[in-house]
Design a binder for this molecule. Structure first.
Ligand code: 1CP
Length: 339
């Protein structure tokens, strides 16, 4: 690997400067992505290796981040499990037959991922060729809880109230569903590693919807199963949005790094994780609307606060679709210029 800064940070090695990439960097704000998006619908882009690999490398070509993340979506998992998932333009994910009963859970399958998600493995192989060992490739999956949220709610939500109602009125069925998603995700991430990804990230985007106690029961124990199953094969990064309360527990796990959202200070994140774990984050994505010169100052300060070692510079959540190109560039450049 010509640029292995990201891997070295995951190993906790001393580095000249921290590595940088941006969550949701592939697809969203780049004009070259918008061109492809205008021609092909969402799942065609995911399922065509030439398109998925091209979208994956677009941000690397333009900005030179230290890692690429495969263009795909967390919802390819429920789709492979026999749950219909549509991606509606200007609306987002839509699942016409949400899971609401034990019978619905019984109908969910744990698929052979090497068949059902072979297109993802082909996309990884095509991307590795395009990347030509310049930078590592990150594979990802949603946490079982976050996937359950969509499966039960049927669409995005501000509070995932129906998903929580299902868990609290029918915990037996909810845990069965979570275990099926976990088993599928483990097989899926193992196949991704075999296909060539250099690390994997688990997105628990909606973990912060749960109380600390419910987080342990409905989210963390399943994420931890995934970490334990993958830890000897690759680096696992766990990112939970709104999950600062679980940082001590996360830091005790075998994850190689922990993602931090922007509501937690660097100092608090280091304190809660014991100071010895690699952390990733946590620039407020909306702060990329500030003028480029201000972005650079804030990024330098963020690195000083986290410390340059055991640290991966990132946003605290995905980049917003309407961020000016020069502002994204200022974010990446500030890290590369860090002394
Ligand atoms: O047509 C389109 O382009 C639709 C927009 C889009 C894109 C570009 C969706 C629909 N998914 C994606 C790609 C995607 N999704 C990636 C690829 C790599 C990248 O962009 O860098 C990744 C990593 C994801 C992960 C994802 N999808 C998450 C977890 C991360 C996060 O942002 O919290 C979640 C929650 C989703 C669900 C999803 N897919 C798409 C949308 C609009 C949403 C969110 C809907 C909601 O708010 O509930």
């Amino acid at each position: 690997m010509k640029n292995d800064l990201y891997i070295r940070a995951l190993k906790g090695e001393i580095v000249e400067r921290p590595p940088v990439w941006m969550m949701r960097q592939a697809g969203r704000y780049l004009p070259e992505f918008q061109e492809i998006k205008a021609k092909y619908d969402f799942f065609t882009r995911c399922q065509t290796p030439e398109l998925a690999s091209e979208i994956t490398v677009q941000p690397i070509r333009r900005y030179g981040m230290d890692a690429a993340i495969l263009f795909s979506d967390i919802l390819v998992i429920p789709q492979a499990m026999n749950i219909e998932v549509q991606m509606k333009p200007n609306f987002g994910p839509y699942l016409p037959k949400p899971i609401r009963s034990q019978k619905d859970v019984d109908n969910v399958i744990v698929p052979d991922v090497s068949v059902a998600l072979d297109y993802v493995m082909q996309a990884i192989k095509a991307t590795k060729e395009l990347l030509n060992d310049e930078v590592p490739l990150i594979g990802f999956a949603g946490s079982p809880w976050t996937i359950l949220c969509y499966c039960v709610q049927g669409q995005g939500s501000k509070n995932f109230d129906i998903a929580k109602e299902f868990c609290f009125t029918n915990p037996f069925a909810a845990h069965q569903l979570l275990q099926k998603i976990t088993d599928t995700t483990i097989a899926y991430l193992k196949a991704k590693v075999k296909a060539g990804v250099d690390a994997v990230q688990i997105f628990d985007s909606w973990g912060g919807m749960l109380s600390p106690t419910d987080y342990q029961e409905f989210s963390w124990q399943y994420i931890n199963q995934i970490i334990e199953a993958l830890k000897d094969e690759t680096y696992v990064v766990a990112f939970g949005k709104g999950c600062w309360f679980a940082l001590p527990e996360m830091a005790r796990s075998n994850a190689s790094a922990i993602g931090i959202d922007w509501t937690c200070s660097a100092r608090n994140a280091r304190y809660l994780t014991g100071g010895n774990v690699t952390l990733q984050g946590n620039f407020d994505p909306a702060r990329l609307f500030s003028p480029p010169a201000d972005i650079k100052k804030m990024v330098t300060q963020m690195i000083n606060e986290f410390g340059k070692d055991k640290y991966i510079v990132n946003l605290g959540h995905g980049i917003l679709p309407n961020i000016p190109l020069d502002n994204a560039k200022a974010f990446i450049d500030a890290v590369k210029e860090y002394k």
